[in-house]
Ligand binder design. Structure first.
Ligand SMILES: NC(=O)c1ccc[n+]([C@@H]2O[C@H](COP(=O)([O-])OP(=O)(O)OC[C@H]3O[C@@H](n4cnc5c(N)ncnc54)[C@H](OP(=O)(O)O)[C@@H]3O)[C@@H](O)[C@H]2O)c1
Length: 333
């Protein structure tokens, strides 16, 4: 099969379009003929050598696959060859064939294209698990989302529309993206304010937008560089869901503030979680969210679609940070 391979860790130039053996379909798994996959920030970290796949998973990049069932492994029921599906992968999405645990596969609603379906698993599950699971956002509360325009953040905005429609949504974005965040929020009907983090201290802006109360929930992928401001921006009883450390893994923490404000900090990474935990998460997501995609109430925001052979270009675009929404790799036209 055709796949994106790498012989060394490093910049986008280490990615090459080549031939790899088709992955074996073990018991409890299915293989998917991949129509499209999408680029996630963790792919870049893996390419650089800092995010190895869990044991037993493909070393090929790619956490999402959308396409059709190619082969069903022993013990798997409920899937037929040719059926349209999309799946969360432990790896291997940047290829013509990918193998997924059967419990991590969802049937693609008719309303979604293969490119749209490819944007869902890693991105929406991360947003869902953290904002609504770990940080327990309740309808009517205030949530601060960092990284406006990013895949996870645009997904989280959409999930607020369908799961917490009365939430106040504050979104930080860089100067060129604040207007687009505001436009997306208006399109979704969110009660939203976009904060230009390059021009003002985001914690001050959050306090201004909440009458000094602060946000109940923060979704943060910056980590160290944002910790002090995040703590300042949280309301009493606030929850900080940490999903990345793009701004450093170490920081000093004011524990007195954590005590007095009754703050909870919850970190998580999706990929290394046990298979059964991911299955349970995906079933909850299927129950709570899939019908909203099927009804067209939300749909992934695609910035650009690249042919699989141009994966390096897509990585360069993500690292340049000019995208707004998801970058998709089309595997089979
Ligand atoms: N824990 C998990 O399970 C999990 C799963 C998936 C993703 N993630 C993490 O979630 C984050 C988002 O992933 P993604 O795939 O949505 O990536 P993405 O589309 O590239 O979004 C990242 C966003 O972060 C912003 N950003 C980049 N550097 C920044 C900085 N120094 N300060 C503030 N903002 C910055 C960028 O916007 P600007 O250019 O406008 O700043 C961009 O919109 C990544 O850190 C990723 O590793 C975690």
């Amino acid at each position: 099969m055709k796949a994106i391979l790498q012989d060394a860790f490093g910049g986008p130039e280490v990615l090459r379009f080549g031939e790899a053996p088709a992955p074996p379909v073990g018991p409890g798994r299915v293989s998917i003929r991949v129509g499209a996959t999408s680029v996630n920030r963790p792919d870049i970290v893996q390419r650089q050598g800092n995010y190895p796949p869990p044991p037993g998973e493909s070393p090929i990049l790619g956490l999402d696959a959308a396409g059709t069932i190619e082969e069903v492994g022993a013990g798997v029921t409920g899937f037929a060859r040719g059926e349209r599906v999309f799946a969360l992968l432990g790896g291997g999405g940047y290829a013509e064939l990918a193998v997924a645990h059967a419990g991590h596969v969802l049937k693609t609603p008719k309303s979604l294209s293969v490119e749209q379906a490819a944007c869902i698993p890693e991105t929406y599950l991360t947003a869902y698990m953290n904002v609504f699971g770990n940080a327990r956002l309740a309808d009517g509360e205030t949530v601060l989302l960092h990284g406006g325009g990013g895949g996870v953040t645009t997904a989280a905005m959409q999930l607020c529309k369908v799961l917490a429609p009365r939430a106040r949504v504050l979104v930080t974005a860089s100067t060129g993206k604040v207007e687009r965040v505001a436009a997306l929020a208006a399109e979704l009907g969110l009660d939203c304010a976009a904060i230009d983090y390059k021009r003002e201290d985001f914690a001050d802006a959050v306090l201004r937008h909440t009458d000094k109360r602060g946000a109940d929930v923060i979704l943060d992928h910056i980590g160290g560089a944002y910790l002090a401001q995040n703590l300042k921006a949280l309301a009493v009883g606030g929850r900080l869901a940490l999903i990345g450390v793009m701004g450093g893994r170490k920081a000093e923490i004011d524990l007195a503030r954590v005590l007095v404000q009754r703050i909870a900090i919850v970190g998580s990474v999706l990929r290394p979680r046990p298979v059964d935990e991911k299955t349970a998460l995906i079933r909850r997501f299927e129950r709570d969210v899939l019908a909203h995609f099927a009804a067209g109430r939300i749909a992934p925001l695609i910035h650009r679609v690249y042919p699989l052979a141009q994966a390096a270009e897509a990585h360069r675009a993500m690292e340049a940070g000019e995208h707004f929404g998801k970058l998709v790799l089309e595997v089979a036209a």
